[in-house]
Write a protein that binds this ligand. Structure first.
Ligand SMILES: CC(C)(COP(=O)(O)OP(=O)(O)OC[C@H]1O[C@@H](n2cnc3c(N)ncnc32)[C@H](O)[C@@H]1OP(=O)(O)O)[C@@H](O)C(=O)NCCC(=O)NCCS
Length: 142
């Protein structure tokens, strides 16, 4: 498996949109708007690949010069639970450190809290609803 930064608008980016749509949005009856995707040219976009096939993805979005937010973490359904998410998180954290960030935050889906806790993240607030499902704010010092 190869972990890579990908370019906005590239073939790999189109694969990323499909993966995120399939795993994160369609199951909720939602989709991405052009405005949502346009702003992603400013973000660090990350993919896990086997040959040309994208297996998983996530992105890093600057909140301020010290803090970056992890978003859109998704692993292909039939490959979940095999360590791909963990490898992707470690790559994203190293990238965040390399860019000088000292903290990662996120809006974590309630059903993924156990995964993030295993990766050293802690909940920092109360449950809230986003895109129709329960979430928690989580963070980790790098
Ligand atoms: C959540 C997700 C990113 C985790 O990636 P993954 O590749 O399945 O996880 P890994 O196999 O790397 O798991 C690492 C560890 O976390 C645990 N874990 C994984 N998913 C978990 C979950 N949902 N709840 C609790 N623990 C979980 C694994 O059992 C493993 O534990 P171990 O190290 O003791 O063996 C992935 O399952 C996914 O894409 N889920 C659907 C979309 C989603 O919810 N994304 C998160 C949006 S905030």
């Amino acid at each position: 498996m190869a972990l890579k930064i990908i370019d906005h608008g590239s073939t790999q980016y189109r694969q990323m949109i499909k993966l995120r749509d399939d795993i994160l949005r369609k199951p909720l009856g939602l989709s991405f708007t052009d405005e949502e995707l346009e702003v992603e040219k400013n973000y660090l976009l990350i993919g896990a690949f086997e040959d040309d096939k994208m297996l998983a993805c996530c992105m890093l979005v600057e909140e301020n010069p010290k803090t970056v937010r992890l978003r859109q973490m998704a692993v292909l359904n039939d490959l979940q639970g095999k360590g791909i998410g963990k490898a992707l998180m470690i790559f994203a954290e190293n990238l965040a450190r390399d860019h000088g960030y000292q903290k990662i935050t996120m809006h974590a889906r309630k059903n993924a809290i156990g995964f993030y806790e295993k990766m050293g993240y802690t909940k920092t607030g109360k449950e809230f609803e986003e895109i129709t499902i329960p979430h928690y704010l989580m963070e980790k010092k790098l």
